[in-house]
Ligand binder design. Structure first.
Ligand code: NAP
Length: 272
């Protein structure tokens, strides 16, 4: 698996495996199947309420821990005690350190958000987190992190798919060496039925999912598709034997509609 390099020199696989919305044995075996298929970046979160089952899947990996990139997320309800959240997550995932640990949503309370980020930097200083990051932040919120702490987060995980590309934010992050990770990369399957995607699938003899996921890889935008199905887990990583032409990359770039699937970060989650 090809890697991209974060601003602090750490390598991150160019695609990952999402762990949202699957539980117990289903996610344990999905993680095992993903590792067997060649995924090395596992995208987890305490909020998903499945980290012990994800950890059981990770524990099955026969190779060295250093070969894996394990990311988890801090929910705003844990902003006042990030060390405690880290303790629960690291125990459940059966790992002493996280390759990346990120603020899941900014919440609406700037003081608590900044305090959480400061605590996260403390974990990084202790060697427990290799690359602190964030998710669902706006540009002013990213700027505030740099103003307060002197550096930008190393990764920014955001909703991104052909029909909602966040191009301006991604270009802004790229200029500042903040690595973008694209969540809901299949738009929870909705973007797979777009006629342009189906046409390209036909042209390249690939599945619609492979066309869409290859588009992120060529844009260096790390997709993290989730699947609980062995065939689709394998299909989604079989992206490295073909290349989309420049014109076909542009054809997918042109699918932007501005319609987002997920929550509005200015209001979500309520109460934080
Ligand atoms: N930071 C955040 O706030 C945030 C928010 C949302 C998600 N995420 C992360 O992003 C990951 C991915 O997002 P997501 O799981 O919401 O959506 P997604 O990956 O866009 O879509 C997942 C859906 O696509 C189906 N699927 C997967 N591969 C397929 C294929 N080749 N052909 C047809 N259908 C396919 C899956 O069904 P099967 O399982 O049946 O294959 C599942 O229903 C999450 O798991 C999570 O790790 C982060």
């Amino acid at each position: 698996m090809e890697k991209l390099t974060l601003a602090n020199g750490i390598g991150i696989p160019c695609m990952g495996f999402g762990c949202y919305n699957a539980y117990d044995d289903v996610i344990t075996s999905a993680v095992q199947m993903a590792l067997e298929a060649g995924y090395r970046y596992i995208d987890s979160a305490e909020f998903y309420k499945n980290e012990a089952a994800v950890g059981a899947g990770l524990a099955s990996y026969a190779g060295d821990r250093e070969e894996l990139f394990v990311l988890s997320k801090i929910w705003p309800s844990s902003f006042d005690d990030v060390a405690a959240a880290f303790g629960r997550t690291s125990k459940d995932l059966q790992t002493e350190y996280l390759d990346s640990y990120i603020i899941h949503w900014p919440g609406t309370d700037e003081k608590r958000r900044l305090s959480a980020y400061e605590q996260l930097l403390g974990l990084a200083e202790k060697g427990l987190v290799r690359a602190p990051g964030v998710s669902n932040f706006s540009i002013p919120q990213l700027e505030k992190i740099r103003e307060e702490f002197g550096t930008y987060p190393f990764v920014h995980e955001i909703e991104c798919h052909p029909s909602y590309q966040q191009r301006a934010l991604i270009d802004w992050c790229r200029e500042r060496k903040i690595q973008v990770i694209s969540y809901e990369p299949l738009n929870r399957t909705k973007d797979l039925a777009l006629p342009a995607v189906e046409m390209l699938a036909e042209k390249y003899g690939k599945s619609p999912a492979q066309i869409v996921l290859r588009w992120y890889v060529q844009h260096d935008q790390i997709p993290i598709p989730k699947s609980g199905n062995r065939e689709r887990i394998r299909e989604n990583i079989a992206l490295f034997d073909f290349e989309l032409s420049e014109d076909d990359m542009e054809a997918i770039d042109a699918l932007e509609t501005g319609v987002k699937d997920g929550q509005d970060a200015a209001k979500f989650p309520a109460g934080y």
